[in-house]
Design a protein around this ligand. Structure first.
Ligand code: HPA
Ligand code: MG
Length: 231
């Protein structure tokens, strides 16, 4: 779809963006006292690693990048539940805003697929695809997979294989967070919000055993929090 020179440019832009969006290992985060958050999580969090407003501002820019690359054709959005729902909703809203405010409106449909691979803060070997088994409507379409967080990349790799089997014309991946983990499978999203240190984060729909989805900021969970909500 793109000439080779443009492909190389897009790849380089992606690498530069990823470097700029990197949150370093020694970033202490913001003190929780600086922001408001639900009182029921008092003591369960170490710090705010990305405040809600910053997530929203970054999402707006990602929406623009996506529009620049994909905005000439219909987009089929595939939201990866549950952790991706908030990012997907906000990203789709921003794409809609940009689309309405320009003279190139793009048709968009939004679909959902549900995955589960984490218990406590550990990735389990068996990935379950719990919804969206029949994705035959993706055939010949430009698909945007939207994920909240990419850890080892194993989940994403398995999911992409599953999606590819339905014959889409193109697949792009938007991930709000990419975690710097050892042994990652080099499955990096095309659009990355932030690259983060290898710490377990919660909030903005990311959970620890289903808790913390009702937190607006992305925070690092404390040991107390892990103990309290452990299964
Ligand atoms: N938080 C929540 N879900 C996750 C994470 C995380 O840090 N890594 C992979 N899935
Ligand atoms: Mg989870």
């Amino acid at each position: 779809m793109y000439p080779d020179c443009l492909k190389i440019q897009l790849h380089e832009d992606k690498m530069i963006d990823q470097k700029k969006s990197c949150i370093k290992d020694d970033w202490p985060g913001y003190s929780l006292d600086l922001f408001s958050y639900p009182a029921h999580y008092t003591g369960d969090l170490d710090c705010v690693i990305i405040p809600h407003g910053v997530i929203m501002d970054r999402t707006e820019r990602l929406a623009r990048n996506i529009m620049d690359d994909l905005g000439d054709h219909a987009i089929v959005v595939l939201c990866v539940l549950k952790g991706g729902y908030q990012f997907c909703a906000d990203l789709v809203d921003r794409i809609k805003d940009l689309s309405h405010n320009s003279n190139r409106t793009i048709p968009m449909t939004v679909h959902f697929i549900r995955l589960k691979s984490y218990l406590n803060d550990e990735s389990t070997e068996d990935l379950h695809i719990l919804g969206g088994e029949d994705l035959s409507f993706l055939a010949g379409k430009n698909v945007l997979v939207v994920e909240g967080i990419v850890g080892t990349g194993k989940t994403m790799k398995t999911l992409l294989k599953h999606v590819e089997a339905f014959g889409p014309k193109m697949i792009k991946v938007a991930g709000l967070l990419v975690k710097r983990v050892p042994h990652s499978s080099a499955c990096v999203p095309d659009y990355v919000g932030f690259e983060i240190p290898n710490r377990f984060v919660v909030g903005y729909a990311l959970d620890y055993n289903e808790y913390f989805r009702d937190l607006n900021h992305i925070c690092v969970i404390s040991n107390t929090g892990k103990m309290k909500y452990k299964i």
